[in-house]
Design a protein. Structure first.
Lengths: 111, 116
């Protein structure tokens, strides 16, 4: 089976940098994705890592180390609108490349 | 990016009735579609994976006779919640991928089901 671990909650102030870690266990690892979800909305795709290293997209970056089964999402220059839940998700090639989500990290950005 | 729609966005029904939720990929052909369920303040739980023209693959613990999935075309998958009960009230979200090895899944906006 698959399992993912990420912190349940993180609080930071506007303008700061926050890192959300994710460790995973899966037999058919294909890639690690990050999604943002605001209350009442659907998840929106933020970033994907299929290979080791850092992917940067504007204020958001994501990192993957496949040997450590570890990744993180880095959010810079935090804004109030970044307050949301962030999910790491493993793409697993077994069973049709399904995506399994972590429990989510609730980010609170304070003024 | 690619667009996936869901209909309806909200539905309220009486206990015992069946509800159909549609998921459409609007500007690409979706070989694979996934159905998720999300309870309040919880993560997305994968219910089933459906490939066009074949039977859906259900995750452990998901009743295939209760949650009927049909993926009749490359742009449409439907989830029917049969004989719905209040415990089926949830946020149902579909996603679509252009190919089995696609890097990105595109999510629909979700359907909030309330069973009275």
């Amino acid at each position: 089976g698959q399992s993912l671990e990420q912190p349940s909650e993180v609080t930071a102030v506007e303008g700061a940098i926050v890192q959300i870690n994710c460790t995973y266990q899966t037999s058919g690892f294909y890639g690690l994705s990050w999604y943002q979800q605001h209350d009442g909305g659907a998840p929106t795709f933020l970033s994907y890592n299929g290979l080791d290293g850092l992917e940067e997209t504007g204020r958001f970056s994501s990192f993957l180390s496949r040997s450590d089964s570890y990744g993180y999402l880095l959010l810079q220059e935090l804004q109030m609108k970044d307050s949301a839940s962030y999910f790491c998700a493993v793409r697993d090639r077994t069973g049709g490349f399904k995506t399994i989500f972590g429990a989510g990290t609730r980010l609170f950005v304070k003024a | 990016g690619a667009v996936v729609s869901q209909h309806p966005s909200r539905v309220i029904c009486k206990s015992g009735t069946s509800v159909k939720i549609e998921c459409r990929s609007l500007d690409f052909q979706a070989t694979t579609m996934f159905w998720y369920r999300q309870f309040p303040k919880q993560s997305l739980m994968l219910m089933a994976t459906s490939n066009e023209g074949s039977k859906a693959t259900y995750e452990q613990g998901v009743e295939k006779d209760k949650f009927l999935i049909n993926h009749a075309s490359l742009t449409l998958s439907t989830l029917t919640v049969t004989s719905a009960h209040p415990e089926d009230s949830s946020f149902y979200i579909c996603s679509a991928a252009a190919g089995t090895s696609a890097d990105t899944q595109y999510f629909g906006p979700g359907t909030r089901l309330t069973v009275l």
